[in-house]
Write a protein that binds this ligand. Structure first.
Ligand code: PRX
Length: 574
């Protein structure tokens, strides 16, 4: 597919090269109270500031699921988050304490998360689908003192095994309040009813004070607590403005859950720091439901993930045709490589370029992106945002020439970089093993125009017959085949070739596994890519193992293949 030129019209058309030259992160600070008082609070900047600036009546949150539909203005959000803050204070939450939130996407989740930030707590959002062991290890490691949850999820919190946990705030029916465990149980709704909103509840903090703890699992070992500070808001604000292109009258929808970094950095902080109306859809994915959400709320900017786009692609095309999606003006993707086939689908059906963005839990915000005024090369992640320096380097820290694969690394010092791995300095230092650089663990190359091309996680790159093959390129080609819905590619140890390429493939509706289909797919890869990229083995699966955030878990495929333990599975989908 050829290069996609920017659309003219209602876009951020600031020149990339000029911004790269001129921009400095310090320029952003002047927006926030920090510049006047030396203190700040992200929740104030995201909500209360807009009320102070006369935008109190604007809708901040549009929430819907199959049972509820609610709207909250910035004034109402200010009021509610103040009350939640007072509730946390009443139950002894002090600056720096860890407040965990374990519940489905509902307005209460968003109110509690911002309320906890208002009192200077470090919030820890947990996916509602986590089971007991995943919940236990995160609460134990963080030494959280208080958790907000629902009666339905309460049985998954092993409270007796968590000595630091003192208080459980239950969002749900009061009669389900438990007693007798030595812990304090609090009813969210009665507490909120009896509390008054008071602006003085806000704890003013320093830019380097703790904000959020996101647990993320690596390929081995325990999940790590990635710790971010209030300073990250500079980058949440600026990238949401530049890359999401948020403007005053946008209706923005980020489909990610706050249990995942995208759902906080760009599901909460980025849009609200820019004072934009934010759509949250509760419940599970369904193509009808998603298109209906866009149509009903007139979503204009839509941030989602390749896995979701692929599921929409795999659904019957008639479903999309039932809805009017003309409100959309800008579409973006994150989380895993964006296959050119998905970009083509977006262009042909939504009539939009899907903009890829690359970043990580550890980086806190977007780093490499398709900036609006720049052409898109489908399959590439784009270029570093102004204010960020990225490079492809070797083990010695030397920059590599165009098209050579190496470590994707970032020059240390962007505002939203993690400040530590909770209680694990050793792990933190591993990211900086090459002096001056944050080493991402991703392998990529850069082309002569400065675009970055993702190849895989370091441990995913396949050496076959002396050639280095990135699994992503093959996966992208596989999903171009009409029968293939999703694909995961790994290297399988082989005495002769070092590794052979093995593909795990799930089929689209209407296709069935057969030897002919397998050969047809192999011939397709040979013709379209190259002979050395052909998967010698193809195994058909109903479903591929994926994280809840949509990443195909190649390490699980590898473990299946080698009959080895698959490691931490707490982030895997049901
Ligand atoms: O391997 C890269 C992949 O996801 C990793 C980070 O995962 P996580 O911490 O869960 O954060 C995801 C959302 C911020 C990266 O090291 N990844 C993320 N975005 C992309 C990507 N791979 C290719 N293209 C992307 N746009």
């Amino acid at each position: 597919m050829s290069i996609l030129q920017p659309k003219l019209g209602n876009y951020n058309l600031e020149n990339y090269d000029v911004m790269k030259e001129r921009f400095h992160w310090d320029d952003v600070k002047s927006q926030f109270s920090w510049s006047k008082t030396g203190k700040v609070n992200l929740a104030y900047e995201a909500i209360d500031r807009h009320v102070a600036n006369g935008k109190g009546e604007k809708v901040a949150l549009i929430y819907s699921d199959s049972l509820r539909e609610e709207m909250y203005t910035f004034s109402e959000m200010k009021h509610e988050t103040n009350k939640a803050a007072a509730m946390f204070k009443k139950y002894n939450v002090a600056k720096g304490d860890r407040v965990f939130i374990f519940m489905p996407r509902t307005p209460e989740l968003y109110i509690c998360l911002l309320g906890a930030i208002k009192v200077g707590a470090v919030v820890g959002p947990l996916f509602e689908a986590f089971m007991k062991e995943a919940v236990r290890s995160r609460l134990e490691d963080s030494e959280a003192t208080i958790i907000v949850t629902t009666p339905e999820l309460l049985p998954r919190i092993p409270i007796a095994e968590l000595p630091h946990l003192q208080t459980i705030i239950l969002v749900g029916e009061e009669e389900k309040l438990s007693t007798g465990s030595g812990k304090k149980f609090v009813s969210y709704y009665s507490e909120m009813e009896s509390t008054v909103s008071d602006d003085n509840t806000i704890e003013w903090v320093d830019l380097e004070d703790g904000l959020i703890l996101h647990y993320t699992s690596g390929s081995t070992g325990k999940p790590k607590g990635v710790y971010h500070v209030h300073n990250a808001m500079l980058q949440h604000y600026q990238t949401a403005k530049w890359v999401l292109d948020l403007k005053e009258d946008d209706i923005y929808w980020c489909t990610a859950d706050p249990g995942w970094v995208t759902g906080t950095s760009y599901g909460i902080f980025g849009p609200w720091l820019n004072g934009v109306t934010n759509v949250v859809r509760g419940g599970r994915f369904s193509p009808d439901d998603w298109y209906k959400t866009i149509e009903k709320y007139q979503v204009s900017v839509w941030y989602s993930a390749p896995t979701a786009f692929r599921m929409l692609m795999a659904a019957a095309p008639e479903i999309m045709k039932k809805y009017d999606l003309s409100s959309i003006r800008h579409v973006l993707s994150v989380g895993e490589p964006l296959n050119p086939e998905v970009v083509r689908w977006g262009f042909e059906t939504l009539h939009h370029r899907i903009h890829d963005t690359w970043w990580m839990t550890e980086t806190g915000a977007m780093l490499i992106c398709n900036y609006l005024s720049e052409p898109i090369k489908p399959g590439s992640m784009g270029k570093p945002v102004p204010g960020v320096e990225a490079a492809i380097i070797n083990d010695k820290g030397e920059k590599l020439p165009p098209y050579e694969m190496g470590h994707l690394a970032i020059k240390a010092g962007w505002p939203s970089m993690m400040r530590k791995i909770w209680k694990n300095e050793l792990k933190y230092n591993e990211y900086y093993s090459i002096p001056g650089w944050y080493v991402s663990g991703d392998t990529a190359y850069q082309d002569e125009d400065g675009y970055f091309w993702f190849q895989g996680r370091n441990d995913d790159v396949i050496m076959t017959s002396g050639e280095r093959v990135g699994p992503f390129e093959i996966e992208s080609k596989l999903v171009e085949h009409p029968a293939v819905a999703e694909a995961g590619v790994i290297g399988k140890p082989d005495e002769i070739r070092g590794h052979i390429i093995k593909a795990f493939v799930s089929l689209r509706e209407g296709y069935e596994y057969s030897d002919e289909l397998k050969q047809e797919i192999q011939a397709f890869i040979k013709k379209e890519l190259s002979a050395h990229a052909v998967p010698r083995e193809i195994e058909f699966k109903d479903k591929l193992p994926k994280t809840r955030s949509g990443k195909i878990m190649r390490r699980v495929l590898k473990a299946w293949e080698l009959n080895e333990p698959a490691g931490d599975l707490s982030t895997m989908e049901d």
